[in-house]
Design a protein around this ligand. Structure first.
Ligand code: ZN
Ligand code: ZN
Ligand code: ZN
Length: 379
């Protein structure tokens, strides 16, 4: 069968991580924060490449302040693992041994009355420990304080997102060849997961197979329903390749659609997706992309059935800022990456969604998913 589509991706360098750490520090200062505290999770992965095999109760915390070098606090017994991370050369290490208080180590790096950004994935027990040793400090989540910290991707990140998109597209081309009629949604979902892995994904995050009435629930995953001839089927799948996300949706029918409205609705969603894509350019507020998609669907008379936001950012996770939704006034910036995924969901009948990952370029947008927007045909 086809070979994996991922091109050779060069590993991130210490300089890449050092540049991100510098950017994060500058963004924190601009936001009036005394520094950033980052526990294991997507932000630590992005800043240092360190992903502990298991996140347990012992404190691991990256402390970024203007007063000293970037410092990664780790349990002594996990220090060798942390020092093997690709970005280890961009940070200074401080370790703590069992029986000592790690919060005293972290607290010694903090201003007694500083206000810090703290990663969303930091356990509450760690935040409470910091507040115990430094009761005058205050904290804001990174999603609230610095929502666009990871929002603008550099060239090496864009290469990974493009490779992930191409691999998801290859999986879609293959899934059109498998049998749908008479099989359960979970069977097709397992096929999709296998294809994502075959084309280079190291992690599968979701494989939505929403057949017939199940397609009307945008968050339906896959169930025991047996797919029937004439069904419309929403296929939405993605995961991580080389640490970066894919996420694409196409809607197919099993032979000729049983409901004649499927073709009409699909044509409207396709037009909305294209119009929203054409609205992408630097300086446009993210909500404008949502508004453009929504206007097409509303003017066609289906506005009340477009019950989901138009999109979400993607990077080292498959759902992150910027969100493409009413109220998100942040301007688009070249290098931002997000989904455009309008849909129409008719309860009890069927759903249609078309989703591509798009990046903002100097003068418009570029798609990382490039399979046909035609209504797919399966057997
Ligand atoms: Zn959703
Ligand atoms: Zn999706
Ligand atoms: Zn999505």
């Amino acid at each position: 069968m086809s070979a994996p589509v991922a091109p050779t991706l060069l590993p991130f360098t210490v300089d890449d991580y050092a540049a991100r750490i510098a950017r994060a520090g500058a963004a924190a200062a601009d936001a009036g924060l005394a520094g950033l505290l980052v526990a294991p999770g997507p932000d630590l992965t992005w800043l240092t490449g360190y992903r502990p095999i298991a996140v347990l109760e012992r404190l691991t915390l990256l402390v970024l302040t203007p007063d000293g070098p970037p410092t990664l606090i780790v349990p002594t017994l996990e220090r060798p693992d942390a020092q093997a991370a690709p970005g280890a050369g961009a940070v200074t290490f401080r370790d703590w041994t069992d029986g000592t208080d790690p919060y005293e180590v972290a607290g010694s790096l903090l201003h007694p009355d500083g206000r810090y950004g703290i990663s969303d994935s930091t356990w509450a027990m760690h935040l409470l420990g910091l507040q115990r040793v430094r009761p005058g400090t205050a904290y804001v989540s990174l999603t609230d304080g610095l929502p666009m910290l990871r929002g603008v991707k550099d060239g090496a990140e864009l290469d990974r997102l493009a490779a992930a998109g191409a691999a998801a597209d290859a999986a879609y081309a293959e899934i059109l060849k498998v049998r749908f009629a008479g099989r359960r949604e979970t069977d097709v979902a397992a096929d999709l997961a296998g294809l994502l892995r075959r084309f280079g994904h190291e992690q599968v995050d979701f494989t939505v197979v929403g057949s017939g009435p199940n397609g009307a629930n945008p968050h339906h995953e896959a169930g025991e329903r047996v797919i029937e001839p004439g069904d419309a089927v929403v296929l939405d799948f993605g995961g991580l390749l080389a640490g970066y996300g894919s996420d694409t949706t196409r809607t197919v029918t099993v032979g000729e659609p049983g409901d004649p409205e499927v073709r009409t609705v699909h044509g409207i969603v396709r037009e909305a997706q294209q119009a929203a894509f054409e609205a992408v350019r630097p300086g446009v507020p993210a909500q404008q992309v949502d508004r453009v998609a929504r206007r097409v669907i509303t003017e066609a008379g289906y506005g009340e059935f477009f019950i989901h936001r138009t999109g979400h950012g993607i990077g080292v996770t498959t759902h992150e800022p910027p969100y493409v939704v009413e109220g998100e006034v942040s301007p688009l910036v070249p290098g931002m990456c997000f989904s455009i995924e309008p849909g129409i969901y008719l309860p009890g009948r069927f759903g249609v969604r078309i989703e591509d990952i798009v990046t903002v370029t100097a003068d418009g947008g570029r798609r990382f998913n490039n399979t046909s927007h035609d209504l797919g045909l399966v057997s």
